[in-house]
Design a protein around this ligand. Structure first.
Ligand code: FAQ
Length: 321
């Protein structure tokens, strides 16, 4: 049996050589736990993330919009399932993770604790929230843990469709009546700052980043990804003739960055500790869905047991016959 320190050095050498770590490979317990934390939070975010937009499926303005929104919300459910499956490769049980969520012990993205007040919110979520998710997840597709990186590749392809459906809604509203433009601007004003918070606290207040960067789970820091998103998104907002709700926003010729005013980090910590505008409502909706889905889980388990019994009796017949 090799010494733990040697195993760790070999593990780090594999990471440094950009090798992927696979489920059966040796890994430090801390690496495994960090991945379970991050991937399960991500899975929960996808599932809770269905709720704000799901709220608008019955009120979409046209059949085409309804079909696109339905497909998007179903994709988010799929992302949650890939991510719970990927997390299970680390030796945890998804039902335990889901219990942690439903009992209020697990985190999920801050962004899904805000309400969707108008149809413009659906457009802005696709554009900003999926846009931010793409920036973050394109990097995670290069993460050192194989199952997570592979899940991200497919998820990012679907997020790209989501972002386009959102931006297209916003283009339509921006070219519409003064009332539609006002509605769009109001949604931009409400979603801009919480979207910037999605990238996590500033680097000097991010306890997990250093370790995750060393293990190449994260490939860029929270602030680097946030800045990249800002640089992509500000010109898109301006191209629609809309405003960014930040009086301090300015372009820095030297670095080519759009610089923003201060983010209200107190709001972020409040929201992720359970005191955002919709935290209670979101968890109640998930608990209700979980209870109402109990019969489906029981039926699936009964079917699986029946198939196992059939397979066992067929095997017994073959060995006797
Ligand atoms: N929300 O040390 P760090 C989507 C927590 S998917 C809530 O910087 P880390 C698709 C963090 O957990 C959106 N909590 O943490 C979609 C930690 O607490 P802990 C989800 C947050 O892990 C679109 C503490 O703060 N995406 O949108 C947040 O190094 C539309 C200290 O933070 C992912 O999960 C936050 N925003 O970096 C779906 C991507 N940020 O656990 C539906 C994967 C930080 O120590 C509709 N995750 N915290 O108690 C990541 O990339 C990273 O985990 C970060 C945080 C960047 C989120």
């Amino acid at each position: 049996m090799k010494d733990e320190a040697i195993l760790e050095a070999e593990f780090q050498a594999r990471i440094d050589a950009d090798e992927k770590i696979e489920p059966k490979d040796w890994m430090p317990e801390r690496y495994r736990r960090q991945l379970v934390r991050m991937m399960s939070q991500h899975a929960h975010s996808e599932i809770v993330g269905m709720l704000p937009e799901g709220n608008w499926i019955t009120r979409a303005p046209t059949l085409r919009r309804k079909m696109a929104l339905l497909a998007k919300v179903q994709d988010e459910a799929g992302h949650g399932l890939y991510l719970y499956s990927a997390t299970e490769t680390l030796g945890v049980d998804r039902y335990q993770l889901i219990r942690d969520l439903l009992e209020g012990r697990a985190k999920y993205s801050n962004i899904f604790n805000y309400p969707t007040l108008t149809w413009a919110d659906v457009g802005v979520i696709g554009w900003f929230v999926d846009g931010a998710a793409i920036v973050n997840q394109t990097m995670l597709a290069k993460s050192s843990y194989g199952p997570y990186a592979r899940a991200m590749i497919r998820i990012c392809k679907e997020e790209a469709f989501h972002k386009r459906q959102g931006y297209e809604i916003c283009v339509t509203l921006a070219r519409g009546t003064p009332e539609q433009r006002r509605m769009l601007q109001d949604a931009i004003n409400r979603w801009w700052w919480p979207t910037l918070m999605m990238f996590g606290p500033p680097d000097d207040q991010s306890p997990n980043s250093a370790e995750l960067l060393r293990w190449k789970v994260k490939r860029k820091t929270n602030d680097e990804l946030r800045q990249h998103f800002i640089n992509i998104t500000v010109p898109q907002v301006l191209a629609l003739g809309m405003a960014i709700p930040d009086p301090e926003l300015r372009y820095d010729e030297k670095t080519g960055n759009w610089l923003i005013g201060p983010i209200d980090w107190d709001e972020f910590w409040r929201v992720i500790r359970g005191h955002g505008p919709c935290n209670r409502e979101r968890l109640q909706a998930r608990r209700k869905a979980h209870e109402e889905g109990a019969w489906v889980r029981e039926a699936v388990q009964a079917y699986a047991r029946k198939r196992q019994q059939q397979a066992a009796s067929t095997a017994a017949e073959v060995s006797h016959g």
